[in-house]
Ligand binder design. Structure first.
Ligand SMILES: [Zn+2]
Length: 64
């Protein structure tokens, strides 16, 4: 069984008594969060579900 480590600094984390798990501390949690925000600007994730709407489909049944 692998021991849990902090994704940011890779220190061993005490999961049971840690409110910031899987991080070792609040600081590492914020660092990781900031990393995600940085990458978020270059990865177009938002709006992906909207593209499932088919523009050729007939949605006007009840609008007539
Ligand atoms: Zn850490």
């Amino acid at each position: 069984m692998r021991r849990p480590t902090c994704p940011t600094c890779e220190k061993l984390v005490d999961i049971a008594a840690n409110p910031h798990r899987p991080f070792c501390c609040e600081r590492c949690q914020l660092i990781d969060l900031g990393r995600w925000f940085d990458e978020g600007f270059s990865i177009p994730i938002e709006g992906e579900e909207d593209k499932q709407l088919d523009p050729d489909a007939d949605y006007s049944d009840s609008e007539d």
